[in-house]
Ligand binder design. Structure first.
Ligand code: FAD
Length: 829
């Protein structure tokens, strides 16, 4: 056996095999190790469906690549991958479901995925066995279908070998050691014993520059070997196969196969199988399994069928396809299907480890394998992928994540596969978990919380008895008016937002200044001042956004998005580790949970603070002279020491009040009392998100990410072209392929865009929205997004597709509200 390779892939399911294929195709010397046989994990019992449908831009790209790649495999390898392009018919029982499909169709369009709409009559006409009188319609994907999971894996394995990869079966990875330049991987020969697969005495060590783990249901063992927490835990998933249905057999004599049928409101998919039907439900109460490890006795095994659990879905299949009522069951499968808390796989660099890559937690692994292999190989070989992989990055869960959290959230993610994916959805499991001290006060004031990286954060405030769940919609939800009132309060009065979830780091020491100067693309601020700045990837695109506060000459306070805490921190700490020998000692300290943050904003915000601030000269302490815009001062509000930062993400006069977390309730109470005479209003994240779009403030994860440079994002004023920094040349070499712009939209009277919609110039698709919402200042919908540079000039007339119609969208000047920042800079009166 080879004992040194460039890349070692662990796990021979669909995902690992695809990764080995793509790495080998890219020219890397690659070996794949499988402890048993290829496909012996979840891959062997998958139903093989390849659903395009996904509300995420990155995942839709991944699925799209897979489908196209699988189609070409036979020509390349001579092996039939068993791909049946039968189409996919996703039916809707309600108007809300049709709205969901229309929003999804926008995402599909931005990725170039074809679809058609079918009315109930058209469905009946094409597929008479399907009951349609209670349907509203359906979306149909002609290019989608199903595949034989074992065949496609074998075809990828053959392709991998053709490109030079070595595949070794019956070798289990039992240990990983990083030598400083490569991984020493201890592997054990597995042998059969009494039907079990057990380790033999034969062990060897393989050295590899890079390791990818794609260990499916064994992710928890992988996590233990690597000393990581990996929230990939399987859940039971079953499907049943019926005997042949005589009505179907008869119909098929003169008709092609049915598309894969999905009755999302009934939570199932159905497809044909040898004259009968396969029913795959996503039922309630499917339990998580193997929370700590897969027992040795579990190989290519299944759990017993739990028919009672899927009775409701079974009955609804009979309702939808009445001829299926009389046919018996022929076969059943109940296997482990790996999940993660948000349902997305964990694909990318492992937290805190060098050259270690995770490809774990795949719940639609047959659909995703092709694209996952392609984009991960790009990331490994070229340093970046064409698409922003952040939403799949293994570091999106921080160290607060536990086994219990992952197991319960994964059960929820499974159960939610077919629920209505409202963009304003908030899922209930494992909450509240991470709360700031003021949580109870906020709750008592009517806060309707969302969860960000485990933190509870008010989305908006509503009166007693309001039900957030029932208020959700693809249009303007029942909460919309509250968010409007909150946004107006900030524009005309004063509002208070809890921003405690922000990630906060202190970077100090003799090497800190030189390091941050190299790490970030904007000039570093002077002492007492702040700057908005960006960290670039090696390809010159945006990796992180920081507000940097310079506290002292070599002492900096970095504020970044709470949702991306671990993801950003990993990049920061790795860079510090690399650069410390060059720049000198750099201390890093994560102070996220030590500091609470309230953002107070609005023309009356100074008046509120004025009555609380203690100072020798309280009249002037908040004046422009003593406390200019974009500066930081340590002030005292009553008895609370506050690091006040004069910025406001809403684009109004305002301050972020960073305070010791243990004094949060004291400060809250003080602000409530001081705010009362000024009509201070509690404001949530939804209003804030709308307000920042009126100012064209880009948000990380929407406008900002690894698929665009800061120059493409239109952030030229924060990019210093005079100094040298990480990623600068790559950014310049990339040029401006597309440009971020703000749009004022004359949309439907009852809906705003969500930031996933396609943009058109005439009949041509020219870009997509990345954010959307309502502008209280302009009284119409607003959005931000990317278009080709020639169409980004203010005044350009474009269209945005919402609810299957095109609506006027005009490119606005940057910061359409208060472009001169007059209100933010307002001085004491
Ligand atoms: C009933 C059911 C139906 C499904 N239907 C579909 C479907 O229609 N469409 C779809 O897209 N997905 C479906 N899935 C999900 C799909 O099966 C998985 O997402 C997919 O198989 C995951 O592939 P994988 O390569 O990540 O994991 P696996 O196939 O589980 O492969 C992991 C491999 O790693 C090996 N391994 C683990 N640890 C080690 C080690 N230490 N050393 C060496 N080797 C190791 C294991 O032996 C295993 O072979 C279904 C799942 C179930 C349970």
């Amino acid at each position: 056996m080879k004992t040194h390779v460039k890349a070692l892939v662990v796990g021979g399911g669909a995902v690992g095999t695809s990764i080995a294929y793509h790495l080998a195709r890219a020219g890397w010397d690659t070996m794949l190790l499988e402890r048993d046989e290829l496909t012996s994990g979840s891959t062997w019992h998958a139903a093989g469906l390849l659903p395009y449908f996904n509300m995420s831009y990155a995942t839709t790209h991944i699925h799209d690549y897979s489908i196209k790649f699988y189609k070409g495999l036979e020509a390349e390898t001579g092996l039939n991958a068993g791909f049946y392009v039968v189409g996919n018919l996703r039916m809707a029982q309600t108007d809300a479901r049709m709205d969901e499909y229309m929003l999804y169709a926008s995402t599909a369009e931005t990725c170039g995925v074809p679809y058609e709409w079918l009315s109930p009559a058209q469905i009946k006409d094409r597929y008479p066995l399907v009951r349609t009188e209670d349907l509203k319609g359906a979306i149909y994907h002609p290019t989608d279908g199903y595949i034989n999971p074992a065949d496609v894996t074998m075809a990828m394995a053959k392709g991998a070998r053709q490109h030079g990869a070595v595949i070794e079966r019956k070798w289990q990875v039992d240990g990983y050691d990083w030598t400083g330049s490569e991984w020493r991987v201890t592997v054990t020969k597995m042998v059969e014993k009494g039907g079990n697969l057990v380790p033999s005495d034969e062990q060897t060590v393989i050295t590899a520059e890079h390791v990818v783990t794609a260990t499916g249901n064994h992710a928890q063992r992988t996590a233990q070997l690597l000393g990581l927490k990996i929230p990939a835990i399987p859940v039971e998933h079953q499907y049943i196969v019926t005997e042949p249905d005589p009505a179907l057999v008869e119909w098929r004599k003169s008709n092609p196969e049915h598309p894969v049928l999905r009755d999302a409101d009934a939570k199932w998919y159905v497809r044909e199988e040898r004259g009968g039907w396969i029913l795959g439900p996503y039922e309630r109460n499917a339990p998580a399994r193997f929370e700590y490890a897969v027992p040795d006795s579990f190989r290519a095994d299944l759990f017993p069928l739990d028919l009672e659990r899927i009775e409701e879905e079974y009955m609804s299949m009979i309702h939808r396809i009445p001829s299926s009522e009389t046919v018996g069951l022929k076969d059943d499968y109940n296997g482990p299907i790996c999940y993660t808390p948000d349902g997305n796989p964990l694909l990318g660099p492992a937290p805190g480890l060098q050259n270690m890559w995770l490809a774990e937690g795949f719940s639609f692994g047959i659909t995703a394998a092709g694209g996952a292999g392609h984009y991960l190989a790009q990331l490994m070989v070229e340093g970046e992928a064409e698409i922003d992989m952040a939403s799949l990055d293994p570091k999106r869960y921080g160290p607060w994540m536990t086994t219990e959290y992952a197991a319960r959230k994964n059960e929820e993610a499974y159960e939610h596969v077919y629920i209505l994916h409202h963009p304003d959805e908030e899922r209930p499991a494992c909450r509240p978990l991470r709360t700031s001290p003021a949580y109870d006060r906020q709750k008592a004031a009517g806060a309707q919380f969302g969860q960000v990286n485990g933190w509870e954060r008010p989305n908006y405030y509503a009166p007693d008895g309001f039900n957030d769940h029932d208020s959700r919609s693809f249009r303007r939800g029942g909460w919309w008016q509250y968010a409007v009132d909150e946004a107006k309060a900030i524009r005309s009065g004063v509002g208070l937002i809890d921003a405690t979830a922000f990630a906060k780091h202190r970077i100090s020491g003799p090497g800190a200044t030189a390091f941050l100067d190299w790490f970030t693309c904007n000039r570093l601020p002077k002492v007492g001042r702040i700057n908005l700045t960006y960290v670039l990837t090696s390809h010159g695109t945006t990796r992180t956004e920081y507000t940097i506060v310079r506290v002292a000459e070599d002492d900096y306070y970095l504020i970044s998005a709470g949702a991306w805490h671990a993801y950003d921190q990993d990049y920061l700490y790795n860079a510090i580790m690399d650069k410390e020998p060059e720049f000198g000692r750099i201390n890093e300290q994560d102070v996220t949970t030590q500091w609470g943050v309230f953002a107070i904003a609005g023309p009356k915000s100074r008046d509120v603070l004025q009555s609380l601030v203690r100072d020798a000269d309280p009249e002037t302490v908040l004046s422009n002279k003593r406390f200019p815009w974009l500066s930081m001062r340590n002030i005292e509000l009553g008895m609370c020491p506050v690091r006040a930062v004069r910025v406001a993400y809403t684009g109004e006069l305002g301050w972020e009040l960073h305070h010791p977390i243990e004094m949060q309730n004291y400060l809250w109470d003080q602000l409530m009392v001081a705010g009362e005479p000024h009509g201070l209003r509690l404001v949530g994240a939804r209003a804030q998100n709308w307000l920042r779009q009126e100012k064209s403030y880009r948000a990380f994860g929407t406008e900002l990410g690894r698929d665009a440079t800061p120059l493409e994002a239109g952030l030229d004023r924060f990019v210093d072209l005079e100094k040298d920094y990480h990623g600068k040349q790559a950014m310049l070499d990339t040029g401006v392929r597309f440009k971020c712009a703000t749009f004022l939209i004359d949309g439907p009277s009852d809906a705003d865009p969500w930031g996933r919609e396609a943009l058109y110039h005439g009949d041509t698709r020219v870009g997509r929205l990345t954010s959307g919402g309502y502008s209280v200042h302009f009284g119409k919908s607003i959005g931000m997004g990317y278009v080709t540079p020639d169409l980004a000039a203010p005044g350009t007339q474009l269209k945005v597709k919402m609810f299957d119609q095109l609506w006027d969208a005009e490119v606005a000047e940057d910061s359409p509200y208060d472009p001169k920042n007059a209100t933010i800079r307002a001085d004491i009166t």
